[in-house]
Design a protein around this ligand. Structure first.
Ligand code: DX5
Ligand code: ZN
Length: 216
């Protein structure tokens, strides 16, 4: 099943509750956390997650773009995230393993995200532990960037690795998704598509979510 995860980063923050309601037909709500160190932008964090958790039943998919995510991953799990993903480049191997265990101890799903320059093999040490892998198809930090189709060989490699070692693990694509690029991602083995600007720009967001979902 193909799942769509609208990214709250492209929502109107002055009307967050209405914005969340407008995408309620989607499968996950994608929640981008940026620290101004791992990426050159600062977004939203724990207090906003708690507020969002209080007004929606949607599964919340938190994407931590922060340095040393082992410091905070379990806190996000405890504050209402259903899935917590963080970057494999952002911490030591020991701490990445500890962060995955911390999220699982909170009863939530854990995932690893890969920047465009990071090879598929980077997830291998953790592959059996993961519930999600996020393939970035833009440089993390901002919404509204152009989709990097050069990431497709990595997606295909990850699909092959997961089919063999962890078939239940989801593969999420993050960055530049629209109905056209979604088709390519689905063909190459992704099953969760983050879409920020493409969904929130649309007048009929439910229709746009459906259009992306049906693209494959
Ligand atoms: C970028 C974020 C994305 C972003 C996607 O660093 O991780 O989730 O919101 O936005 P679009 O869909 O506009 O590329
Ligand atoms: Zn994201």
């Amino acid at each position: 099943m193909i799942k769509i995860a609208p990214s709250l980063l492209s929502a109107d923050f002055t009307r967050l509750r209405d914005e969340i309601d407008s995408v309620a037909t989607a499968d996950y709500l994608h929640f981008d956390v940026m620290d101004g160190v791992f990426v050159p932008n600062i977004s939203i964090g724990l207090p906003v997650l708690e507020a969002v958790r209080a007004v929606t039943e949607m599964p919340i998919d938190v994407h931590l773009m922060i340095t040393q995510p082992s410091r905070y991953a379990a806190r996000f799990a405890e504050c209402g995230a259903d899935i917590v993903t963080f970057h494999v480049e952002a911490d030591s191997a020991e701490n990445i393993a500890r962060a995955i265990a911390g999220v699982h101890s909170a009863g939530k799903r854990a995932g690893l995200a890969l920047k465009p320059a990071t090879e598929a093999d980077a997830v291998l040490p953790y592959i059996g532990l993961l519930d999600m892998i996020v393939v970035m198809t833009v440089e993390p930090g901002f919404g509204g960037q152009k989709f990097m189709s050069g990431q497709m060989p990595k997606l295909i490699a990850l699909r092959g690795m997961l089919d063999e070692k962890n078939p239940l693990c989801e593969i999420e694509i993050d960055g530049g998704v629209n109905p056209d690029t979604a088709r390519l991602c689905i063909e190459n083995g992704a099953n969760v598509l983050v879409a920020g600007s493409d969904v929130f720009r649309a007048d009929d967001r439910a229709a746009r979510i459906e259009a992306i979902k049906r693209a494959g």
